[in-house]
Design a protein around this ligand. Structure first.
Ligand SMILES: Nc1ncnc2c1ncn2[C@@H]1O[C@H](COP(=O)(O)OP(=O)(O)OP(=O)(O)O)[C@@H](O)[C@H]1O
Ligand SMILES: [Mg+2]
Length: 351
């Protein structure tokens, strides 16, 4: 008999029940039991509904969070593109003047040689000793000055060339590009950060052109090189010994493999799982925003269908390995939005 019915009958002093009530009580008992079952079912449904709601709420919050991150990321990407365009414009503007400065210095070099030659020849013996001393001094030093001016022009022209290549107008198409040149130009652009931190070794193999978005690929190399320079400074300090950075490239089957190695501070085990997370950084304010690797991964993996992996030993150094298919896979990719806007999940890949 249902507990509740039993209690009620007990209260009324009707236990044991009279035989004529048995049939009636059996019906009431069945109704009580059914009511119990119904209540349990309603409770279970409510529980399920509330779990579902909680789940959806969590999902919604995660979506909002991801959206916020992507908005910031997109903002950064836009800023980078704007800076890139500006740099490209400046490089273009610098190109012509630096060329004529170089040409004019070369003209001055030849003119000076002729003039000095004539001066000696025509008045060599009749010169006063003081004038002769001055002429000797000028003739001894001007060629060196001209040579270093020409060397300076050459360096500026190289940097301008690298900047033009680096800030190459960002095509959304996958166009065959020289990855070794991309590496050397990016290194030239990063020179002011790298040169105080480390000696750079290049080991560039022979490569076919790779179908890629060059501006994006340059962005990946720049971040890896700057990260390497920062890691080296972190290990050895600003005034300490110089570290080593090595850039290498090779062809492996139908993929080009680029490695950026450093003998810097390395990445601790707990951080290794997090470095590809957007906004994860161990750097101080103004040094890093924690977006470089997240964006790089998105460019390499989502966009170019390549891989981005790393090996690191805490305290000893890190190697990042970028693999890019030589031919951009003919998938639906060109119809996809900009990868920096997609970004399903950011799992770290540890190679
Ligand atoms: N070569 C490296 N050696 C040691 N740690 C590294 C190296 N590369 C990346 N890291 C670690 O991974 C973190 C994330 O790198 P990421 O490039 O995404 O951001 P960031 O360099 O901190 O900032 P940003 O690139 O946005 O300026 C770094 O803060 C650093 O802790
Ligand atoms: Mg970085």
């Amino acid at each position: 008999m249902h507990k509740l019915l039993e209690r009620q009958l007990k209260k009324l002093g009707m236990l044991p029940p009279a035989p004529e009530l048995e049939e009636f009580l059996a019906t009431v008992d069945a109704a009580y039991t059914q009511a119990d079952r119904d209540r349990e079912m309603v409770e279970r449904s409510l529980e399920l509904a509330s779990q579902e709601l909680l789940q959806r709420n969590r999902q919604l919050r995660a979506d909002i969070e991801r959206r916020k991150q992507l908005e910031v990321e997109l903002g950064q990407a836009e800023k980078l593109r704007a800076v890139g365009q500006l740099a490209s414009g400046i490089a273009h503007e610098l190109n012509t003047p630096i060329q004529y400065v170089g040409d004019n210095v070369r003209f001055l070099e030849q003119a000076f040689q002729k003039l000095a030659h004539r001066a000696y020849k025509s008045s060599g013996r009749t010169l006063e000793p003081r004038t002769r001393k001055e002429l000797d001094f000028i003739c001894a030093n001007v060629p060196g000055a001209i040579e270093s001016a020409l060397e300076g022009c050459k360096r500026v022209a190289e940097i301008v060339g690298a900047m033009k290549h680096f800030a190459h107008p960002d095509s959304r198409e996958y166009v065959p590009a020289d990855i070794n040149r991309a590496l050397t130009c990016t290194l030239a652009v990063a020179q002011n950060v790298v040169k105080y931190a480390a000696d750079v070794e290049l080991d560039l193999g022979e490569l076919p052109d790779v179908e890629c978005r060059l501006g994006d690929v340059n962005q990946v190399f720049l971040n890896l090189i700057i990260n390497a320079a920062h890691a080296v400074t972190e290990r050895y300090g600003v005034d300490g010994p110089r570290g080593r950075i090595k850039l290498s490239s090779r062809l492996a089957g139908d993929r080009v493999v680029v490695e950026v190695s450093d003998d810097g501070c390395g990445i601790s085990d707990e951080n290794q799982a997090r470095i590809f997370e957007p906004f994860f950084t161990t750097k101080g304010v103004g040094q890093g925003t924690g977006q470089g690797l997240a964006i790089s991964r998105s460019i390499v993996v989502n966009n170019h269908k390549g891989t981005l992996a790393f090996k690191s030993t805490h305290g000893q150094g890190t190697t990042f390995i970028v693999e890019l298919p030589v031919k951009h896979p003919p998938s639906a990719d060109s119809r996809l939005p900009d990868p920096r806007m997609s970004g399903a999940g950011w799992p770290a890949i540890v190679g």
